[in-house]
Design a protein around this ligand. Structure first.
Ligand code: C5P
Length: 226
């Protein structure tokens, strides 16, 4: 690889496929930066809610997405990143189910996706980037050195999400989670722009019967053989 190229690994897939956890561990192992692109869509949705802008109000959403006042801070004592929106810690708020649904509604609007493109590409900094999302390999970083697409059955993904929420002490119902996941899958896969699908040259890994460590090792092996 030429010296002036900053390497990228893209990890795409539906919700609950494990891409968030896997991306963060791969980035840690390599000492690279991490882009959680879903967080950006969630932030646009949350900012819209706080400014009383409907998720289908394109004219109102574009300036929000283009000028999103957001900061990602690494928190060494807690797991993952702290997300600050307009000066307020919204790390937990953006993970709420309501925000997930709103995020997938704003994500169907092509001009919103366009408004977030440069911001996502700006995460590409030395020594490298692991980018997690739905269209990282197909649209945002089409030149990525390695493109991975993670899948798992809907039941397994809903079960992972259910356990995650129960662990956080949130009282949830499995059937409702399964419905939410299926609703989001349908919206994300059917939208006209950047639908959720594996890039042509992506390596598809079904994580249904794999542990987190197995998948991390597989991704690192794939990268070292590029
Ligand atoms: O990955 P996460 O579940 O946080 O993403 C929330 C929503 O944002 C997804 O359901 C999807 O609609 C949207 N999204 C997207 N493109 C990305 C990342 C997320 O459309 N690259």
């Amino acid at each position: 690889m030429p010296d002036d190229i900053i390497p990228v690994i893209t990890i795409d897939g539906p919700s609950g496929s494990g891409k968030g956890t896997i991306s963060s561990l791969v980035a840690q192992k390599l000492g690279w930066h991490l882009l959680d692109s879903g967080a950006l869509y969630r932030l646009v949705a949350l900012a819209a809610q706080r400014h009383s802008i409907a998720t289908d109000n394109e004219e109102g959403l574009i300036p929000l997405a283009a000028h999103l006042d957001v900061e990602f801070k690494v928190n060494s004592s807690k797991d993952g990143l702290v997300v600050i929106l307009e000066g307020e810690n919204v790390t937990d708020d953006i993970r709420a189910e309501e925000c997930s649904q709103m995020a997938s509604q704003v994500a169907v609007i092509p001009s919103i996706r366009l408004a977030l493109l440069d911001r996502q590409r700006a995460f590409l900094q030395p020594p490298g980037l692991v980018a997690d999302g739905r269209d990282m390999g197909s649209v945002v970083f089409p030149e990525a050195q390695l493109k991975v697409f993670l899948t798992a059955s809907q039941q397994i993904r809903a079960d992972r999400r259910y356990k995650q929420l129960i662990k956080k002490g949130i009282d949830v119902n499995f059937a409702a989670i399964l419905d939410y996941i299926s609703e989001r899958d349908t919206r994300d896969s059917r939208r006209s722009v950047s639908p959720l699908q594996a890039a042509d040259n992506a390596v598809v890994i079904d994580t249904s019967d794999l542990g987190i460590d197995d998948v991390v090792i597989r991704v690192l092996e794939l990268y070292s053989s590029t």
